[in-house]
Write a protein that binds this ligand. Structure first.
Ligand code: 3PG
Length: 399
């Protein structure tokens, strides 16, 4: 799937003044003890909402939080509060009922209305095609009150949900500014990438990373630098370090071995690692790793070698932190990799839920990282990296 922005209508293609715009945002955030944590998604979506409001559109925001049955499945009241830090809006705890519909009809130019969590409607998440979703009560009720549909939620584009794929079938539809930035960066890093192209893959989800590695090796890229749990798993699979591996990881070890053979010298592994001794960070060589030893970060020698490779790259794609960045002592590897990326002239794409969180947590300011795009997407980012098509994007293409 290749994304030329010219394949899509953007806000610039519409005269939104006085028009009712259904705006699909992704405000889905981490929830801790029932409190929605402020997330960049809220801030970034708010920028597009503000632009539409300044252009005198009547903006109706559709968004979700969590999944039915989960602890984080909440109404959007708190999101309304958080959004108000950036843009004035009214919140109605209704989606298609009389209160929501009256609220939409009564909007004045420039006003913004946030409706409730669209996943409260069973129709939203039914497994249906865009054409079928377009016939849902949800889509029919709201589309009849609107003129334009704008989707700014790249991070939900992998879901064939009613609010993502149904409305573009019945309304003039385009992409928002955040979606524009996401698609531009993904196109540049994945489809129009300049070589040498380097992948930096870490985190704790082996199967996701293996899929990316298989895909990347097939397409031809120059190096894959392994970090985090992934790096340790490969070292174990190659017989370099002893580890205690859970049964459920046996298959992953086999797959790692096959990928290591296939990737040969293109795949790089940590040269040293960090462990915890008496509550402190200690760096050791691979020979010193004992069986059952928990490994929490990559070591300095590894950082140096990876820095050199990143420095000479023209494109860098990073997914997953290099270590247990939540603990100050083991954030070093992740920080060093971020620093190498921001110092390099390469165009870099960073993504996956934890990567974006890690950048904030280790105290890096994304706005100071020129030439770097940090995707706010998790599942959609992963699918894109694997060359899979995203229903929420396909449906927005100009025909
Ligand atoms: C995300 O957080 O990745 C998106 O909001 C999609 O959420 P979902 O995985 O619950 O569909």
């Amino acid at each position: 799937m290749s994304e030329q922005l010219s394949d899509f209508l953007t806000i610039d293609d519409f005269d939104v003044e006085g028009k009712t715009v259904l705006f699909r945002a992704d405000l889905n955030s981490v929830v801790i003890n029932g409190r929605v944590q402020m997330k960049e998604r809220i801030e970034e979506n708010a920028k597009t909402i503000r632009e539409l409001s300044e252009k005198k559109a009547k903006v109706v925001i559709l968004a979700h939080q969590g999944r039915a049955g989960g602890d984080d499945f909440l109404p959007l009241e708190q999101h309304a509060q958080l959004l108000r830090n950036f843009v004035d809006l009214r919140y109605i705890d209704d989606i298609i009922g009389p209160a929501a519909r009256e609220g939409i009809k009564n909007l004045n130019a420039g006003e913004v209305l946030l409706l409730d969590n669209v996943r409260m409607l069973a129709e939203e998440t039914l497994d249906k095609t865009p054409e079928e979703h377009a016939k849902s009560v949800f889509v029919r009720k709201l589309a009849s009150l609107a003129d334009i549909y704008i989707n700014d939620a790249f991070s939900v584009a992998h879901r064939s949900h009613a609010s993502v794929v149904g409305f573009p079938k019945v309304l003039d539809a385009g992409i928002g500014r955040l979606m524009e930035r996401e698609l531009r960066a993904l196109e540049r890093a994945v489809h129009s990438m300049k070589r040498p192209c380097v992948y930096v893959l870490g985190g704790a989800k082996p199967e996701e990373v293996f899929d990316i590695m298989d895909f990347a090796l097939e397409r031809g890229m120059d190096s894959i630098l392994t970090t985090g749990v992934i790096g340790s798993l490969f070292l174990y699979a190659k017989g370099v370090i002893p580890l205690k591996v859970d049964k459920h990881l046996f298959e992953s070890v086999d797959r790692a071995r096959r990928i290591a053979e296939r990737g040969g010298r293109r795949i790089k592994y940590p040269w040293d690692v960090a462990i915890e001794v008496d509550g402190k960070r200690e760096e050791i060589s691979l020979e010193e790793v004992k069986p059952n030893q928990p490994i929490y970060d990559i070591g300095e020698k590894t950082c140096e070698k990876y820095r050199e490779i990143i420095k000479n790259a023209k494109t860098v794609i990073m997914k997953g932190p290099a270590g247990l960045y939540e603990k100050e002592a083991f954030a070093k590897g992740t920080k060093e990799i971020f620093k190498a990326i921001s110092d390099s002239d390469a165009f870099s794409l960073l993504g996956g839920g934890h990567t974006s969180a890690a950048i904030s947590e280790v105290g890096m300011d994304k706005r100071e990282m020129d030439n770097v795009h940090v995707s706010l997407a998790g599942g959609a980012f992963l699918r894109y990296l694997l060359g899979k098509s995203l229903p929420g994007i396909e449906v927005l293409r100009k025909h």
